[in-house]
Design a protein around this ligand. Structure first.
Ligand SMILES: Cc1ncc(COP(=O)(O)O)c(C=O)c1O
Length: 436
């Protein structure tokens, strides 16, 4: 038995099936945009651990910062005896968050926890309970985050009842016929049918749907949300957990809309692979919760904070925002070229290096091909590329290559991706011809 299949057997016997398992590839080592499995096979990494290592696996500067922190101390609990690395990081994030208003931050451990805390803060600030999120959005697996998530299977099925006063409006997705105007009208309908705006504490939105399929919210929609929130005293929460830290070609995707969020949630690439999340927002709102109301034993781990400071340095010194835009153009162009001879590619879209292709039958947006998408993830892995699927209908391939990847690695991964899709297309044609 191979090492991978042996480990897979042990994994299946020891880990509950609720934890999904995309590939039977057990990692031994990873560097920058490459992964080696326990059998010595090499993979190009277009997943970045789900948008976590924008600065690549084990970036030397992150590694050195973590090693130095490990020497100093690993945990005292920030709520008991605080430390400078967390304060340094808060100051830097407060400066990086868009808009002129003074900011404050809190640190927690996971993205879902950041979302939970953003809603707690918005409720404490407004004294209201309602929260509006969007169809197809993903905000995490804890109770409030799960309730806000706009996708039932597999995230919510069987886990109810959910916290009350959560409402969903459609996310504007031009490819599926939902315009900015449709989404804004749906919000007006919510205010008519379900809840008066004066009882809404927060509207939470991803500027680009992550798990939902890499659909990009039009800037005018985000600007309209800003106006709506100002008009009704609602806290606008921008979830940058997947889009943040140079991924989209800006430090934060919301910068493309030119608006100032009230609160932002951050996690994933913030700390280059160490569990760290943050809520960063307008100081007056952030201070609404009373002392002790926010926090956690591991909230703001010094190791993770040290890693995050190094990540921010790397983004700056290696010009990763610019690099993300170049990578995004290369990838989107290459996939658009491939689409000319691959009818399964219904749409290619990107914001910086957040690149996706939507797989459909016969170029028809209304005929999502989830089976092909699953098969492509497996085939690509067999050919040496790790990629992820996503999307409300499970038919989107998302590419999240580390922004530190070389041009050659990006091109190598693209070649494997398109070659894998060509193989599957040829096999489908051969099968259909054989049946006929
Ligand atoms: C936009 C967004 N919000 C929240 C989360 C939840 O983050 P975590 O898995 O760290 O709890 C995710 C994770 O994929 C995400 O993409």
């Amino acid at each position: 038995m191979s090492k991978n299949s042996d480990l897979q057997k042990r994994r299946d016997a020891s880990i509950a099936r609720g934890i999904s398992n995309q590939l039977p590839v057990f990692v031994e080592r990873a560097r920058n945009a490459e992964i080696w499995d326990v059998e010595g096979r090499r993979y190009v990494d277009f997943a970045s651990g789900i948008a976590v290592v924008n600065t690549g696996h084990v970036h030397p500067r992150v590694q050195a910062a973590v090693a130095a922190q490990l020497e100093a101390f690993t945990h005292t609990c920030f709520m008991v005896t605080p430390y400078a690395v967390a304060v340094d990081l808060a100051e830097r994030l407060n400066k990086l968050a868009p808009g002129p208003t003074a900011k404050k931050s809190i640190f927690v451990t996971t993205g879902a926890e950041a979302v939970e805390n953003a809603i707690k803060i918005a409720r404490a600030h407004t004294g209201r309970s309602g929260v509006i999120a969007f169809g197809g959005g993903f905000h995490g697996r804890t109770f409030m985050a799960m309730a806000l998530t706009g996708k039932v299977a597999p995230y919510k099925a069987g886990f109810g009842p959910f916290p009350a006063e959560i409402y969903h409006a459609p996310f504007p997705i031009a490819y599926h016929g939902v315009s900015t105007r449709d989404s804004l009208e749906a919000l007006e309908h919510l205010f008519k049918y379900d809840i008066e705006p004066t009882r809404v504490a927060a509207i939470i939105i991803e500027p680009v749907l992550g798990e939902g399929g890499f659909y990009i919210a039009p800037p005018e929609f985000l600007q309209a949300l800003r106006k709506l929130c100002d008009q009704h005293g609602i806290v606008l929460v921008i979830d940058e957990i997947q889009t943040g830290f140079a991924r989209t070609g800006r430090m934060f995707a919301i910068e493309y809309a030119g608006i100032e969020p009230d609160l932002m949630t951050m996690a994933k690439s913030l700390a280059g692979g160490f569990p760290l999340a943050a809520v960063v927002g307008k100081a007056a709102i952030m201070d609404a919760a009373a002392p002790g109301g926010l926090g956690g034993t591991y909230a703001g781990s010094p190791i993770a904070c040290a890693a995050a400071l190094a990540v921010l340095d790397v983004i700056e010194t290696e010009h990763l925002c610019e690099r993300a835009r170049t990578i995004g153009e290369t990838m989107a162009q290459s996939l658009r070229d491939a689409a000319k001879s691959l009818p399964a590619i219904g749409d290619v879209r990107n914001l910086g290096a957040m690149v996706a292709m939507e797989l459909v039958q016969a170029r028809d947006a209304h005929r999502p091909d989830a089976d092909l998408t699953k098969a492509l993830v497996k085939r690509a892995a067999a050919n040496g590329l790790v990629i992820l699927s996503c999307g409300l209908y499970g038919n989107v391939i998302r590419c999240l290559v580390p922004l530190t990847a070389s041009e050659e690695i990006v091109r190598e991964g693209l070649a494997i991706l398109t070659q894998s899709l060509r193989e599957l297309q040829r096999e489908t044609i051969e099968r259909t011809t054989a049946i006929a």
